[in-house]
Ligand binder design. Structure first.
Ligand code: SF4
Length: 442
């Protein structure tokens, strides 16, 4: 009997794309597979782990331990671990969790499928060599229904002092524009109209391949593909920001007036220690330029508190900046010391967890008020929305200012006859916390 495979994806959307790469190969090899199933099918479980920061690593290890328990109860045959955690800590995982059957790195999708095919061939008594199909012959596959994540490059050449990602993913490697646009054309043909453009570092796109930043040109190419309704950009980097990208966002209706750009901090002392290669003044000027060039742009950012050496003054500066900058969307983390990073090697993690947590809470409190006020401004406006799902008495959708799973949602009473994945105009009539309530506009 051929294996039935359950794939569990931990971590970020970039990891999801890696799981999709694996699913393409399982599909080509004729395996039955399920992605993040409610219940496992009891044969092989592949867990695509996250190794970004402490909490994420712990979550992945806990999930592996759950699988080990299922296996020891005879409810699972094999556990296969892949992704960022096994890319970094393979030896430790092998020693600490010997119940894991196979371990792979972050990008070993083809090897994993070949190994399984060889195992199956052996079990069937004809141990002939098997070749897993290469990506070029595999159909575009995505696991998110009417929208898709498009990873335009892998790796990162930046050296942010706290970040382990370059240690996991290696140096920046851009996909060709042709390859990216072909994938998008195939997905449009499969009924996908919304594309989340992602990378470890979006704005570096093209420097390795075309010897210059090509993100603006790439987005313009994608915007020209018939059937592409929404393009949303994530993981931009502030230093050496390609200003032409703002023109492309402004001039193309199907490019969402949205940009996710991680700023991490604002005090020059901390920015320097983080090796972010940008100053407070340059950051403020960049935000002003964005709002001038793309009126109404929705800016999502990520901030970090508790970085080694962050003084109370530095933190107060960050709080005041957050009050002034009024980000539409903001995520925040407390610094987590990651092995072999510049910060782990050169700094002492000198800020206590209590202080980190207090600073995080104060920062999020400030942002909550700002977000609530900004959301309130949408009441009485008509917004184009896409419907993601039905949930009880509500249809749940998003505006162009909302990325799936991380931003706000729009709730429409389910007495309307709406279709999942379709666009509608909605009149926003009230807000509650992070949600908007609306009715379909005639
Ligand atoms: S740009 Fe992002 S992925 Fe690259 S080192 Fe900095 S934080 Fe990490």
């Amino acid at each position: 009997m051929k294996h039935i495979i359950d794939i569990i994806t931990m971590g970020c959307s970039k990891n999801l794309v890696d799981s999709e790469q694996l699913m393409r190969r399982f599909a080509a090899a004729g395996y039955e597979f399920y992605h993040n199933p409610e219940e496992l099918h009891g044969d092989i479980a592949v867990i695509n782990t996250c190794g970004f920061i402490g909490d994420a690593k712990e979550e992945s290890v806990n999930e592996i331990c759950n699988l080990v328990e299922l296996k020891s109860d005879g409810l699972l045959n094999q556990i296969i671990v892949m992704g960022c955690l096994s890319e970094r800590y393979r030896k430790e995982l092998e020693e600490e969790i010997p119940e894991i059957d196979h371990m792979y790195g972050k990008f070993d999708w083809t090897t994993m499928v070949e190994d399984l095919q060889a195992e199956d061939a052996q079990a069937a008594g004809n141990a002939t060599e098997t070749e897993a199909a290469e990506t070029t012959t595999l159909p575009a596959l995505h696991s998110t229904g009417h929208y898709a994540y498009i990873k335009i490059s892998e790796g990162c050449n930046r050296k942010c002092a706290y970040c382990a990602i370059p240690l996991i993913t290696g140096r920046h490697k851009s996909r060709t524009m042709e390859d990216i646009c072909n994938e998008i054309r195939e997905l449009v043909a499969q009924g996908v109209h919304e594309f989340q453009i992602i990378a470890q570092e979006l704005t570096f796109y093209g420097i390795d391949l075309y010897k210059e930043q090509k993100i603006a040109e790439l987005v313009e190419c994608i915007a020209a593909i018939p059937g592409v309704e929404w393009i949303r950009l994530h993981y931009a980097y502030p230093a050496q920001f390609p200003m032409d990208l703002l023109r492309v966002i402004r001039e193309n209706d199907n490019v969402c007036k949205y940009l996710d750009i991680a700023l991490q901090h604002i005090s020059d002392n901390v920015l320097t220690r983080m090796q972010r290669h940008i100053t407070k003044q340059e950051t403020i000027e960049l935000l002003e330029r964005m709002r001038q060039e793309v009126p109404g742009i929705c800016i999502r950012t990520t901030l970090m508190v508790g970085f080694p050496g962050e003084t109370e003054e530095d933190f107060e500066e960050l709080l005041e900046f957050t009050r002034q900058a009024k980000f539409d969307r903001m995520g925040a983390f407390a610094y987590s010391e990651e092995d072999d990073t510049y910060a782990a090697i050169n700094y002492t993690d000198d800020i206590s967890d209590e202080v980190k947590q207090t600073r995080l809470d104060r920062l999020m409190q400030v942002q909550q008020q700002i977000s609530a006020g900004l959301l309130e401004r949408l009441v009485g406006t008509t917004q184009r929305i896409i419907i993601d799902r039905r949930e009880g008495d509500w249809f749940v959708g998003r505006t162009q200012y909302d990325s799936p799973d991380v931003d706000c949602e729009v709730l429409i009473p389910a007495d309307a006859e709406l279709q999942i994945g379709h666009f509608y105009n909605a009149l926003i009539n009230r807000t509650e916390e992070f949600d908007l309530y609306a009715e379909i506009a005639e």
